[in-house]
Design a binder for this molecule. Structure first.
Ligand code: ATP
Ligand code: MG
Length: 261
């Protein structure tokens, strides 16, 4: 039986690179022959779009449909909701705006009572197919976020050198501690700097400061600010050429594999 590791990529600050890191790390792990399932839990659907799936509300094959299947006890198989991507090692449960509906109070009580994400992730593990599940999350953290953490194994926090994104670490750690009551095996995988201008004075001050505070939780890999990121957003791929961004994601993948062992 495969040991499927579930990693939640999260920071409640918007635009820090959650989707970029999810996508880049997935590509790098897939290159190492790992099988991955991406879960786009963000109603914005950015990860779905980057993976070649324009978010559609009229589909019946998406994360929303999959959650409904579990909540309404329809009894369909999880595999019925998973889509392939152009990368043969990466599949996805796509996100779209209907996920916003799950955020209202009644829906949340219903979801909570059913531990819906935990059930979903247990079904994914039972497929015995994936080495990793990477869950991209929304910046506006709702109660479904706790549900996601309760079902997962690791939390990965992307930050930039902006003050807000760094303050996001504390709020993730608070949710993390709340969820440990229900999920004692949840671990902090690490904090990764993204979108960093290494020549800037801020990076020179901030990076050592964060390393001093969060010690070994901070990954050695730093993903620099680069137009290459915008390019791979449009190409749905990291590409095969060696460049700083490609190399950084491969180094990050190595660090992740080492930490997860
Ligand atoms: N290393 C980088 N270099 C240059 N641009 C970057 C880098 N990382 C992210 N960006 C750009 O910043 C924007 C936000 O990135 P991304 O969508 O990954 O953030 P996010 O945290 O997922 O945002 P949201 O909170 O809205 O989900 C995107 O346009 C992306 O191309
Ligand atoms: Mg995003």
């Amino acid at each position: 039986m495969k040991n499927t590791h579930t990693i939640v990529i999260t920071n409640n600050k918007g635009g820090v690179g959650k989707t970029t890191v999810t996508f880049g790390l997935a590509q790098a792990l897939a290159k190492r022959n790992k099988r991955l399932l991406l879960i786009d839990s963000d109603p914005q659907g950015s990860l779905s779009r980057r993976s070649g799936h324009e978010p559609k509300e009229y589909t019946d094959r998406s994360l929303y449909d999959c959650l409904e299947n579990i909540l309404r006890q329809k009894g369909n198989k999880i595999a019925d909701y998973i889509c392939e991507t152009d990368n043969r090692n990466i599949d996805i449960l796509t996100g779209d705006t209907r996920l916003n509906i799950n955020r209202n109070e009644v829906a949340m009580v219903f979801m909570r009572a059913n531990f819906v994400y935990k059930k979903l992730l247990d079904q994914v593990r039972a497929l015995d197919k994936y080495d990793f599940v990477l869950i991209d999350t929304s910046p506006s953290v709702g109660a479904e976020y706790t549900q996601i953490l309760v079902g997962s194994d690791y939390v990965l926090i992307p930050i930039t050198t902006s003050r807000d994104s760094i303050e996001g670490i504390d709020s993730v750690v608070t949710s993390f501690n709340d969820c440990r009551t229900f999920n004692t095996s949840l671990k902090l995988l690490g904090i990764v700097f993204n979108d960093v201008s290494l020549r800037g004075a801020i990076a020179k001050d901030i990076i050592p400061e964060i390393k001093e505070t969060y010690k070994t939780y901070v990954f050695n890999t730093i993903i620099e600010r680069s137009v290459i990121v915008e390019k791979f957003e449009w190409n749905n791929s990291l590409g095969s050429e060696a460049n700083r961004i490609n190399t950084a994601f491969h180094t990050l993948a190595k660090e992740v594999l080492k930490r997860i062992g």
